[in-house]
Structure formats: C-alpha cells, structure tokens
Write a protein that binds this ligand. Structure first.
Ligand code: NAD
Ligand code: DAO
Ligand code: ZN
Length: 373
C-alpha cells in the first residue's frame, strides 16, 4: 500500500485569480490508477479558459494542466499496461479499448469515465488531491500542474523513454490535435489544396500534417502576421491576412484557388471563421473540419445550400487520435525528425513561474510555454 506524497502544485482556488503554488498531498493510486511524477507540462488555452470562469463546467479549487509528460511513480491494483519507471503522456480522452466508442472503429471519443472526469473526480467519485484540509478537483483527467498527479491507466500513453518529456509533452494536446485532424479526421490526400485558419500551435500542426500527407498548396490565414514565418517553416506555401482585403475571406480564398480549397481547418474557435472555412471550400467535394473551441453556447450557421452542393462540415477532438495506440507513433515521428515539436517551445518556465506562462500565452509571440518541473 503506497503512501501519500507531499509536493508542490499550482492550485486555482477560484476563477479569475492567479494560480497559487502550494504544498499539496497526493494520495496513492487506487484500483486502475497510476501516480506519476510530472516532468514537464505545456499550458494550453483551455486551462486559461476554465481559469477565467467563462467555462460553465469549471470547478474550483482545482489543479489544471492537460499537456504533460512524466514517469510512473507507483501503480494501483490491477494495473498491467504500465510499470514503475515508464515514461507516459496523460490523455484527456482515454482509450479503454472495450466501450462502444472504442470498439466502433469510428471514433476516439472513449466515454467510460466521461461523467466523473467532467466532475473533476476519479471514477470512484473521490479526488486524490488535498490541500489545507480541502479536497482539490482533478482537471480533464490529467492535472499536470503538480509535481505528482494520479491518472487512470486507460488515460496514459506509454512512450519511448529516450524521447525528451519537455518536448513530447506537447503531444498531449495541441500538436496531436492539429496533425491528427488532417491525417485522421479529414484524411487529406496527396496533391490536395488546404487552408488553415489560425496559426497557433494547433494550426501549425495542421500545416505539418498537410505537408506530411503531400498537400500541394497550403494556405495559412491569420490576423497576426508574426505567425507567418513559423507557418512557412512548417510547410505553408503562402500566408494571408484577412485584414488586407475588402472582400470576405471566403471569397478571397475561392478566387486564389480556382473555386476553393479541397480542405479547410478552423483552428481559432470563432463561429464566423467556421462559416468562412466551410464556405470557402470547393463546390462538390470541399471538406471543412472544425477544431477550434467556440465560447460556451455559441452556434454556427450557414445556408444549407452550401451542404446541398457538396461541401461537408466535420469536427475533430484530439485529432481523432486514440492516445494509447497512436501517440507512441507520433513520438517516433518526432524522433525520426519528421514531426517538428522543438520549434513550438517559445517560452519555458519553472512551476512557481506558471502565472507568467499564462501571461505569455496572451502575447502574439507565444506558441507554447512549457513548465519544467
Ligand atoms: P492560439 O491562440 O495559439 O492560436 C490561435 C490563432 O488564431 C492565433 O495565431 C491568432 O492570431 C489567430 N486568430 C485569432 N483571430 C483570428 C481571426 N479572426 N482570423 C484569423 N486568425 C485569427 O491557439 P491554439 O493553441 O492554436 O488553439 C486553437 C484553437 O484550438 C483553440 O480554440 C483551442 O481551444 C482549440 N483546441 C481544440 C482542440 C480539439 O481537440 N478540438 C484541442 C486543443 C485546442
Ligand atoms: O467524450 O464527450 C466527450 C468529451 C471529449 C473531449 C473532447 C475535448 C475536445 C476539446 C478539447 C479542448 C482542448 C483541450
Ligand atoms: Zn472506451
């Protein structure tokens, strides 16, 4: 029977306030659970969104963080797929391999622990974190802003221990999301034309995916021209700024591409851009994939004629990637030099500087801030 561990964590006591570094107690892993020493974690917009208080499902107090990498410290009863010392990436979409979703062959949205994960709890309805005699909620089943965390076995991708965790941690969210949306969800073919709206970490990864599958034209769209250099480095053949045109951006793109691109990806989270992204695609076969997360309650619209005339609207969560099965392959691609991760790390901080990472994210120059524990 394991013992509780005392360690440092960044706690969000309430919405809209900076995180505070506290000593917390992390209980040992129970049945099907694994305790991990977190080595590095990215900071993503979803953490900032929930911290802001705008997320109607946000719970406090909580340990945020869902883009991490760590090493297994101890395992609970019945855990067989990982062992002490294994290197792992926590997954906010688990892969149980048994539920209706996992066995469908059609989706990565494993739903066995959906209810409790959304309530910030482990499946037995309790939490493994406490601080100052208060129970602290888990976040997205990961809670990587802590030196130690407890995650379900089915929510862990075991990865090559040689891969640097302060880089491959970014496969826990944004990079996999953009890349997978192109390769898994839209299944873009070689020779295609592709438009990517939003050139942050997610959009840049969609560009990398498009380049990897052999797309011949890859157009990046962003209102911030400082994003174009990196987009070009990742494989964009051209970048445009909607502010430079009087015409709606969908018309600009249709004119540029003789009727519209074969594929588009919305990587911003704006319902207006989602509409533009659908409507710019080519009549008869255009496929537009929504990746960006819009504000709670927002709705999309277009004229049904856009679909009647052969355009398809899709969406993608975590790039349609089944984490336990597929993340090791993305790690391999990184190690083989086929997937750039290093360039995304524009900022690094220590855990007690984590509020600076949230500030950096608001600046246009930041792609990803990584916290080194
Ligand atoms: P980011 O903020 O780094 O990038 C967004 C980019 O969009 C920025 O470069 C910004 O300049 C640009 N932009 C803003 N308004 C624009 C406009 N009107 N026109 C063109 N460009 C505009 O964010 P990110 O980390 O790349 O994430 C992008 C989106 O993906 C977010 O909504 C995030 O929540 C979402 N996301 C979705 C999933 C998923 O599984 N579906 C996973 C991770 C992130
Ligand atoms: O199974 O219903 C479900 C929830 C799946 C979670 C999908 C999350 C996609 C957006 C994540 C935002 C970035 C972390
Ligand atoms: Zn499942």
């Amino acid at each position: 029977e394991g013992k509780p561990i005392k360690c440092k964590a960044a706690i969000a006591w309430e919405a809209g306030k900076p995180l505070s570094i506290e000593e917390i107690e992390v209980a040992p892993p129970r049945k099907g659970e694994v305790r991990i020493k977190v080595h590095a974690t990215g900071v993503c917009h979803t953490d900032a969104y929930t911290l802001s208080g705008k997320d109607p499902e946000g719970l406090f107090p909580v340990v945020f963080g869902h883009e991490g990498g760590g090493v297994v410290e101890s395992i609970g009863e019945g855990v067989t797929s990982v062992a002490v010392g294994d290197h792992v990436i926590p997954l906010y979409i688990p892969e149980c391999r048994e539920c209706k979703f996992c066995t469908s062959g059609k989706t990565n949205l494993c739903s066995v622990v959906r209810a409790t994960q959304g309530q910030g709890l482990m499946p037995d309805g309790t939490t493994r974190f406490s601080c100052k005699d208060k129970q602290i909620y888990h976040y997205m089943g990961c809670s990587t802003f802590s030196e130690y965390t407890v995650v379900l076995e089915i929510s862990l991708a075991k990865v090559d221990p040689v891969a640097p965790l302060d880089k491959v941690c970014l496969l826990g969210c944004g990079i996999t999301t953009g890349y997978g949306a192109v390769t898994n969800t839209a299944k873009v073919e070689a020779g295609s034309s592709v438009v990517v709206f939003g050139l942050g970490g997610v959009g840049l990864s969609a560009i990398q995916g498009a380049k990897a599958v052999g797309a011949k034209r890859i157009i990046g769209v962003d209102t911030n021209p400082r994003k174009y250099a990196m987009a070009t480095q990742m494989g964009a053949t051209e970048c445009i700024n909607p502010k430079d045109f009087d015409k709606p951006i969908q018309q600009v793109l249709i004119d540029m591409t003789d009727g519209g691109p074969d594929y588009s990806f919305e990587c911003v989270g704006s319902v207006d851009l989602m509409r533009a992204a659908l409507e710019c695609t080519h009549k008869g076969w255009g496929v537009s994939t929504i990746i960006g997360v819009a504000p709670a309650g927002a709705e999309i619209s277009t004229r049904p004629f856009q679909l009647v005339t052969g355009r398809t609207w899709k969406g993608s969560a975590f790039g349609g990637v089944k984490g336990r099965s597929e993340l090791p392959l993305l790690v391999k691609r990184y190690q083989d030099g086929e997937l750039d991760i290093d360039s995304y790390v524009t900022h690094t901080f220590a855990l007690d500087e984590i509020n600076q990472a949230f500030e950096a994210m608001r600046e246009g120059s930041c792609i990803r801030a990584v916290i080194q524990m």
